[in-house]
Write a protein that binds this ligand. Structure first.
Ligand code: PQP
Length: 399
């Protein structure tokens, strides 16, 4: 055991430092090439950064559990910073019950019914944006679209939706260590926390929306009435920051790769695939953790039970063992098997709506915009687990 344990490469790096969050790719390369499992002493943490190992950890939910938290904190020893998510921070059989309800509410059939609304919203947005030409791509495009269509779909009032941005930022920071990023986002979030929880209640949700469908599952007894607001909370936690930054990242990437944009413009049917490649190239969710439920072995490396394991989704999505020319953004690549939506029983339940949002934004862009240019350097927003953006100064030229 000793001999095997000492074979694990130890890498002195802090993936949650400002510098690594801002520019993680060199660190990914080092961690990925050091071995199938590496150890980061600062956090007493095992890390997997290769595609095959990330996938195998995520699909083995019995050995790598979620109920002890999917961030750095081990809920067996530390109190969660908020009541645990019934969906994200749960294992079967509890997880299975709520996952079944959410899967139905977010099913292809339900989500397809939203398509016309989303498309009309994208057209209206580009009418306005093209009138201006020069835009701030985060506020006016990447945030604007998901913050309109997703809370509309859930059935939330229009007033106060910016509060969801503060909530999402805090939830995803909380997956990392209790560093300054986390503390500061917690401070910003505190004044709006009651707004968020109040908007998970039935009376805050429009009949017919996705939130209301959750309450209907409580009416039939499939879940309890205490569980319903907590599942709406999952929508509000996961549903905006993720798609916002997915869209922001792909806009930046397209602006930096005019040749690839030209291909998309010439063939708007590439929109869906372009969004996927954008997700692979800049993984919105960079880090997600599991906890070992028992002693486990990954490729000959032994890990004790009750240990945190970090899966580096962003590194797996650029693993040369899986992808040819992984650091190249290529809209002709169909990146099937990327892990930005995770894998296994916790694979993103919102991926159908996320993909539809991305596809619609990119197809509308492709049709209506001939060229997209950065007019000043972009600014990243630092977050412990999201690859996020603060400012994206763009000029768009009408087709
Ligand atoms: C990545 C669920 C999912 C979505 C929750 C919750 C929070 C975040 C996420 C992570 N998430 N994509 O609170 O249930």
């Amino acid at each position: 055991m000793e001999a095997i344990a000492t074979q694990i490469p130890r890498i002195d790096v802090d993936p949650f430092s400002d510098a690594m969050i801002d520019e993680p790719y060199e660190m990914h390369d080092i961690l990925r090439e050091a071995g199938p499992v590496v150890f980061i002493p600062k956090y007493d943490l095992h890390v997997v950064a290769r595609h095959a190992q990330v996938q195998s950890v995520l699909t083995n939910w019995e050995s790598f559990i979620s109920s002890a938290g999917v961030g750095l904190a081990n809920f067996k020893h530390e109190a969660p910073f908020r009541p645990k998510s019934l969906l994200l921070e749960a294992d079967p059989p509890d997880h299975t019950v709520v996952r079944t309800v959410i899967s139905r509410v977010m099913s292809p059939k339900t989500i397809q019914q939203l398509r016309d609304l989303f498309e009309a919203e994208a057209e209206a947005m580009f009418d306005r944006l093209l009138e201006k030409g020069r835009i701030e791509g985060v506020k006016e495009l990447a945030e604007h679209f998901p913050l309109k269509v997703f809370p509309d779909a859930v059935g939330l009032e229009s007033e106060g939706r910016d509060n969801l941005l503060l909530y999402g930022d805090m939830v995803f920071n909380a997956l990392g260590p209790r560093n300054d990023l986390f503390e500061r986002s917690m401070e910003r979030f505190k004044p709006v926390s009651s707004w968020v929880m109040d908007h998970c209640e039935r009376k805050a949700l429009r009949p017919g929306g996705l939130g209301h469908l959750i309450y209907q599952a409580a009416d039939t007894g499939e879940i309890t009435h205490e569980q319903a607001p907590m599942l709406v909370r999952s929508f509000l936690s996961a549903g905006v920051d993720t798609t916002i930054n997915g869209i922001a990242n792909v806009l930046l990437t397209l602006a930096r790769h005019p040749g690839e944009y030209a291909k998309l413009h010439a063939n708007p049917a590439l929109a869906r695939q372009t969004f996927e490649e954008g997700l692979r190239y800049e993984s919105i969710v960079q880090t997600i953790f599991r906890t070992t439920s028992r002693p486990v072995e990954i490729d000959g490396v032994e890990i004790d039970g009750d240990r945190k394991v970090l899966t580096l989704l962003g590194a797996a999505n650029r693993d040369p063992r899986k992808w040819s020319e992984p650091d190249r953004f290529n809209v002709d690549r169909n990146p099937v098997g990327h892990l930005v939506f995770g894998a296994g029983i916790h694979g993103c339940v919102g991926q159908i709506i996320a993909r539809m949002e991305g596809e619609i934004v990119l197809r509308t862009l492709a049709r209506r915009v001939k060229r997209i240019e950065l007019t000043a350097p972009h600014e990243r927003h630092l977050n412990n687990s999201l690859r996020a953006m603060r400012k994206l100064p763009l000029e768009i030229f009408p087709a």
